[in-house]
Design a binder for this molecule. Structure first.
Ligand code: DAH
Length: 346
C-alpha cells in the first residue's frame, strides 16, 4: 500500500481498512468490507462526493490521493482474496487426506411388518395347520353376494346393523363382512372343503377409539356331510388355543342370531391375558370372540350346495379387535395412522 498519505483523514481510513482486512477469514467478510469501503455508497464514494465541495487547489492535491487510496484498497482486497482461496484449498486437501470411506454408516431405519400383518400371518398359519384353505375375497362386492345370498334380503333389519358404503355403480358396495367369501367359496368348489379368509371390511360408521369405518375380520367355513355344532366347538377351541398359544383356553356358547346361520351362536373365550380379571376382559374373565353357527340351508342353496346332503359351520370374528387385544392398542385409529413412532414398535 502506498503509504503514508499526506492527508491525515486518508491515512486513518487506510489504517482502519488494513486492521479490518486482517480479521477477515472468509469471502463473506471480505465482501462486506469491499461494500463498506469501495461500494457505491461506501467510504471512498463519500470522499469523492466531498471532494466536489472543495476548492480547485484542494481538489488538485486530494483527488489523485483518493484515487490512489482506492487502488490500494482494491489491490489489498484482491491479495487477501487469493490468499484466502489458497488457504481454503489447502484446508480442503488436508480434510481429503483424512477422509475415511469405511466410516460411512448406511441408514439404520429398518421397515417392519404392520401389527395386522403379524396377526393375519399367525392366524393363517394356525388355520392352515388345521387343514383350512386360505382364500382372498374381493372388497368390492355385489349386493347379492354380501346380503341376499347370505339370507339378508332387502328390508331385513340385519342390513341396518351393517351400515353400508354403496358405490355409485348400481348394486355394488364395499363388503360389510368377510362372510361374503363363503359364497365365493361355495360357488367355486365341491364339498367337502374348509376355507378361511381374513381381510378388510367396511361400515359407514362414525369413528372413535373403538370404531373405524374400515376394520378387519376373519371368516371360516367348513362344509361336509354330517357336520354338527360339536365340530364347530372343537374347531374354534383348537383354533383359539393355537393363536393364543395356550392349552388352557375354555369356550362358552351363547345363543344368538345371524341370518346366515341356524342355529346362530356367539362364542366367548376364557381370558388368555389374566387369571383373575383384567382390563381386556373387563374383570369378567370372558371375552366375546366370534359369531358362528350352522350354515343356513338358504345360504347353502345360494352357494349351489344341496342342504339335504351337506351341512356346515361358519364362524366370523373381528380381527382388528384381536390385534388391539393382543398388542394392548387402545385406539383403533393408530392402525391406519401411518405414525412411525407407532409402527416401529412391531
Ligand atoms: N358376519 C358377522 C358380522 O360381521 C359375523 C359372523 C357371525 C360370521 C356368524 C359368521 C357367523 O360366519 O356364522 O358381524
Amino acid at each position: 500500500m502506498t503509504y503514508p498519505y499526506t492527508n491525515e483523514k486518508l491515512r486513518i481510513i487506510a489504517e482502519q481498512f488494513l486492521t479490518r482486512l486482517k480479521t477477515c477469514s472468509d469471502n463473506k467478510s471480505l465482501e462486506a468490507l469491499d461494500i463498506e469501503f469501495l461500494g457505491r455508497h461506501g467510504i471512498i464514494a463519500k470522499l469523492m462526493e466531498e471532494l466536489k465541495t472543495l476548492s480547485l487547489e484542494e481538489k488538485r492535491t486530494l483527488g489523485p490521493e483518493i484515487n490512489l487510496l482506492k487502488k490500494d484498497l482494491q489491490a489489498s482486497l484482491l491479495e487477501k482474496k487469493s490468499a484466502l482461496t489458497q488457504q481454503e484449498a489447502a484446508a480442503h486437501a488436508e480434510r481429503q487426506k483424512l477422509f475415511d470411506v469405511t466410516a460411512y454408516q448406511p441408514g439404520e431405519l429398518f421397515g417392519s411388518l404392520h401389527p395386522a400383518t403379524h396377526v393375519v400371518q399367525e392366524i393363517e398359519d394356525v388355520l392352515m395347520s388345521m387343514g383350512f384353505e386360505i382364500l382372498d375375497g374381493p372388497e368390492i362386492e355385489t349386493e347379492e353376494i354380501n346380503f341376499e345370498a347370505l339370507n339378508i334380503p332387502k328390508n331385513h333389519p340385519a342390513r341396518d346393523m351393517q351400515d353400508t358404503f354403496w358405490l355409485t355403480l348400481p348394486q355394488l358396495l364395499l363388503r360389510t363382512h368377510t362372510s361374503s367369501v363363503e359364497i365365493h367359496a361355495m360357488r367355486s368348489r365341491q364339498p367337502p372343503f374348509a376355507i378361511a379368509s381374513a381381510g378388510r371390511t367396511y361400515r359407514h360408521e362414525a369413528t372413535d377409539a373403538c370404531h373405524d369405518f374400515v376394520f378387519m375380520q376373519c371368516e371360516g367355513l367348513l362344509i361336509d356331510k354330517k357336520v354338527s355344532l360339536s365340530h364347530l366347538f372343537a374347531t374354534t377351541k383348537l383354533f383359539l388355543q393355537g393363536i393364543f398359544k395356550k392349552e388352557q383356553i375354555e369356550i362358552r356358547i351363547r345363543p344368538s342370531y345371524f341370518p346366515f346361520v341356524e342355529p346362530g351362536i356367539e362364542i366367548d373365550m376364557s381370558c388368555p391375558f389374566c387369571a383373575k380379571g383384567c382390563s381386556v376382559c373387563k374383570k369378567s374373565n370372558w371375552i366375546e370372540i366370534c359369531g358362528a353357527g350352522m350354515v343356513h340351508p338358504h345360504v347353502l342353496r345360494a352357494g349351489g350346495i344341496n342342504p339335504e346332503e351337506y351341512s356346515g359351520f361358519a364362524f366370523g370374528f373381528g380381527l382388528t379387535r384381536l390385534i388391539m387385544m393382543k398388542y394392548g392398542i387402545n385406539d383403533i385409529r393408530y392402525l391406519h395412522s401411518n405414525k412411525l413412532e407407532f409402527l416401529k414398535q412391531f
